[in-house]
Design a protein around this ligand. Structure first.
Ligand SMILES: NC(=O)C1=CN([C@@H]2O[C@H](COP(=O)(O)OP(=O)(O)OC[C@H]3O[C@@H](n4cnc5c(N)ncnc54)[C@H](OP(=O)(O)O)[C@@H]3O)[C@@H](O)[C@H]2O)C=CC1
Ligand SMILES: O=C(O)CCC(=O)C(=O)O
Length: 488
């Protein structure tokens, strides 16, 4: 699994049931964004040859795994869930050190991973098909489902436990084997999750992990002729490339990408609740959620009051190392993310938006970590870049409107359609919002983030490839329907 050096551990790939060093012999440091001079660990910078070995192992393991009963596959997932639960504190602490979210958030996410595993373990005992009347009265017609074969999982760093699990658990329960490429940024956390699969005794080759650069390992997954399905979460640019590569060779693919999620604050909203939801939706995890609130569309009648209440609460936010008990918001996950956020803040100022609060890293911590203060822009116009592009940082853009119709028009006037929320007490406004909002997840009097594992999750427009993950919806991606006609 790992070797100890004087400073930090080195984590290996997991291929065919063995912890294996990359053929390249090259490792990369995984940086702690709150303490950039102390790596959390070293991970393999693998080559396409390493990936080929993992795919071969997954291919070899495919038939025996597919032949197991769903209940037997479920038993393995229950064991993995128990092992992650036993190591919850350690895994969550690694996550906080590796990508910066606060320890309570990391613990919550790890517990969510456990719950997802248990949910899909149970799926092994649920129905997979229907009986459909045939026009031939002496025949029987039914549907069953078969796995795709080998599934490639390309995961981001922002939910390093939950996202890989919500892709791997359904892949496995429906009989697929897996080659997992975590984000290099969060590969130590990923290795600890994979250790739990190993400890659960999952057969060799059923789950494999290869770390390395996205442009090398991720691209090779998209291109590999022995990978039949690819599930991806990350940026739009990379997602579309993965989708096009998969389509060109006839592989199935699923993409979950960006968002530019609005919250609408109606004139009749409970403003305290709306402030709470805007802060939690926009700034938790340092705004690094695809479901994070980034546009705050407020009715003119309550604009000033809402703004004052929001400012009062945002001023109280303590930014710091996510391991410290009094920290509310951790650093950006990486230097790249930090630079991206700062450049969007500069762009907002240059475009003429008014910087109400934040905009800089707290100076005493800056030298050691990638900190950005929670940031609020006022006087934002929908055509500004900060109102159109995903920032993936703790930046809120306030936009004033004069009616619900105008709010909905602006809310929909972006390329994305992942999540959206409204704060209102009027049923008619709720109904208009549900009907007219172009988003895969619409939430009333609740923040834009916060996905429940048993419900379908995915976006409209540029936010996804239009499939859905999680809950019962996952079966649609991870299986193919086979229609069976039996004539006696
Ligand atoms: N929807 C979401 O939840 C997420 C959205 N994003 C958005 O993307 C922006 C950039 O973040 P970033 O981490 O660079 O996102 P990426 O899309 O680059 O990364 C997501 C995953 O794809 C891999 N990858 C990178 N390049 C390729 C490629 N050519 N082919 C296949 N896989 C590849 C990455 O590997 P590696 O990182 O190891 O190189 C990682 O595992 C963020 O600012 C945010 O806007 C980012 C993360 C999650
Ligand atoms: O809001 C959530 O709970 C999930 C967010 C998510 O899926 C993501 O950021 O990729």
């Amino acid at each position: 699994m790992s070797t100890q050096t004087a400073t930090a551990q080195t984590f290996l790939n997991y291929v065919n049931g063995q912890w294996t060093a990359s053929l390249t012999g090259v490792v990369e440091a995984s940086i702690n964004p709150a303490d950039k001079h102390n790596p959390v660990g070293y991970v393999q910078k693998s080559s396409v040859e390493d990936l080929d070995q993992a795919v071969q192992a997954a291919k070899n393991a495919s038939k025996p795994w597919r032949k197991l009963s769903g209940a037997a596959r479920g038993d393995y997932l229950f064991k993995v869930a128990n092992l992650i639960e036993e190591r919850l504190e350690e895994i969550a602490e690694t996550m906080t050190k590796e990508m910066g979210k606060t320890l309570p958030e990391a613990k919550g996410e790890t517990a969510r991973g456990v719950a997802i595993l248990r949910y899909y373990a149970g799926e092994g005992m649920r129905k997979v098909g229907d009986v459909i009347p045939s026009t031939d009265s002496s025949a029987m017609m039914l549907t069953t489902r078969v796995p795709l074969g080998v599934v490639g999982v390309i995961a981001p760093w922002n939910f390093p436990v939950a996202i890989p699990i919500w892709k791997m658990a359904p892949a496995l329960i429906y009989g697929n084997t897996v080659v997992f490429k975590p984000a290099q940024e969060a590969a130590v956390t990923a290795a600890k999750v994979i250790e739990c699969f190993e400890q659960a005794g999952i057969p060799a080759g059923v789950v494999n992990m290869v770390t390395g650069q996205g442009a090398v390992i991720g691209q090779a997954i998209a291109e590999h002729p022995d990978i039949q399905g690819i599930t991806f979460t990350g940026s739009n640019a990379v997602g579309k490339q993965v989708g096009q590569t998969a389509l060109a060779r006839g592989a199935k693919y699923q993409l979950e990408m960006g968002g530019k999620n609005p919250v609408i604050i109606a004139a009749d909203a409970d403003l305290d609740l709306a402030v709470e939801g805007t802060i939690s939706g926009g700034l938790r995890s340092t705004g690094q959620k695809c479901t994070a609130t980034s546009r705050v569309i407020v009715h003119a009648d309550v604009y000033d009051e809402f703004k004052e209440k929001l400012l009062t609460k945002v001023r109280e936010i303590k930014v710091g190392d996510g391991l410290e008990a009094d920290t509310w918001m951790g650093p950006c996950a990486s230097e790249k993310q930090y630079q991206t956020v700062l450049s969007y803040i500069e762009q907002g100022k240059a475009e003429g938006a008014t910087l109400l609060w934040g905009g800089l890293g707290p100076s005493d911590q800056e030298a050691n970590g990638f900190y950005v203060q929670p940031t609020i822009f006022d006087d934002v116009k929908n055509e500004m870049v900060i109102a159109q592009e995903e920032i993936f940082g703790p930046v809120l853009a306030l936009i004033k409107v004069h009616s619900l119709e105008e709010a909905l028009e602006l809310a929909n006037d972006v390329a994305f359609g992942l999540s959206a929320s409204i704060y209102t007490s009027q049923i008619s406004s709720m109904l208009s919002f549900i009907e007219d909002m172009e988003a895969g997840l619409v939430r009333i009097n609740a923040e834009t983030a916060g996905v429940e594992l048993q419900a379908p999750f995915g976006g409209m427009k540029q936010s996804s490839s239009h499939s859905r993950e999680q809950g019962q919806a996952a079966i649609e991606f991870f299986t193919s329907i086979k229609t069976v006609f039996i004539k006696g």
